[in-house]
Design a protein around this ligand. Structure first.
Ligand code: SF4
Length: 328
């Protein structure tokens, strides 16, 4: 397995108390595979990704426990220098907003060649040539000339292509894409997803795709982890999650997707309520206050993980044979 995240828990100290943002998260991804992490804002998906990249803010983040095994090494035990060698080289990341992720005062060429100097020790001419090849690879016309342009001279979709080119510069084994298409319009979104799929086939890298959009996840992922309140509440192949979802939260997310068959004027389905306060200890089902299927046990005991099908797991008392089925 290329990457295994095991029982990861991450907290942040804030002046209002400790926020337990990620609670016992486990998942894995192998070369050439894509795992989607889905859930609403604040569920811990980006914090998980930043932990894998070693990009959590040093001043207030705490890794409570867990392991992040990348190529048989726990990267939580690496020194800063070792992590710097890995980051941008073997593990790369694409961020949500390409405008704020690119440096506006440096040309695209300068930004693209930086990691090639740093990790691949290329000479100036070689790095420039490689950078032009990368821009061409991600579908930017007149690549050679565009190296001297600044980010504001590119459209939103083109900037995201530049970000992808930067991430791929050192041919990483693992690419983390954190909401890579959220800031783009729908047609550009489809082009970027097709590009990612194409590049994955070319390089055989693993992808962790983070999104709140199940449509995006369906397009690209082999496996899906559904996160809620810092926990993975359902995990399985994309087919299982989309066609055989068991957790009421996953079902709610799927129901809230707009469909072409929806009647005109009909309001979209929503999941009522708010996630729990992550500063509190949660010793019960975190979805209990929003769940239409909640039972008495849900409010007093954390649900156990139950295997539904080969490789499909759900954290819900409804699936557990020992749970007494009484109304909440
Ligand atoms: Fe709903 Fe209970 Fe399942 Fe939680 S454990 S999702 S409250 S049925």
């Amino acid at each position: 397995m290329l990457l295994e995240v095991k029982n990861l828990a991450v907290s942040f100290s804030t002046y209002r108390g400790k926020v337990k943002a990620v609670r016992d998260v486990s998942f894995s991804v192998d070369e050439g595979r894509t795992i989607g992490i889905v859930g609403e804002s604040g569920c811990g998906k980006s914090v998980t990704a930043h932990a894998v990249m070693g990009l959590l803010p040093r001043e207030n983040s705490i890794i409570e426990h867990g392991k992040i095994i990348f190529k048989d090494k726990d990267i939580l035990k690496l020194t800063e220098a070792e992590m710097n060698r890995l980051r941008g080289n073997e593990i790369a990341m694409i961020f949500q907003d390409p405008m704020t992720s690119l440096n506006p005062v440096l040309t695209v060429g300068t930004q693209l060649t930086e990691s090639l100097f740093l990790h691949k020790r290329l000479k100036k001419d070689e790095a420039r040539q490689k950078a032009a090849e990368l821009l061409k690879l991600v579908g930017i016309p007149s690549a050679e000339q565009r190296l001297d342009d600044y980010p504001h001279q590119f459209s939103g979709g083109m900037r995201q292509r530049v970000m992808i080119a930067m991430a791929l510069a050192c041919e990483p084994k693992l690419l983390i894409a954190d909401e890579p298409t959220t800031a783009l319009d729908v047609t550009v979104q489809a082009q970027i997803l097709a590009l990612l799929k194409d590049l994955q086939q070319k390089f055989g890298m693993a992808i962790i795709l983070i999104s709140h959009d199940l449509g995006v996840i369906a397009n690209l992922c082999d496996d899906v982890a559904v996160m809620y309140a810092g926990q993975v509440v359902e995990y399985g192949s994309a087919e299982e999650i989309f066609y055989n979802a068991h957790h009421p939260y996953t079902k709610g997310l799927l129901k809230s997707l707009p469909r072409l068959t929806d009647k005109k004027g009909e309001p979209l389905s929503v999941i009522e309520g708010q996630p729990p306060d992550l500063k509190q200890a949660i010793n019960f089902c975190p979805f209990a206050m929003r769940c239409t299927k909640a039972m008495r046990i849900c409010a007093v005991q954390m649900p156990a993980v139950t295997a539904v099908n080969g490789g499909h797991y759900v954290k819900c008392w409804l699936e557990h044979e020992l749970a007494p089925k009484e109304d909440f």
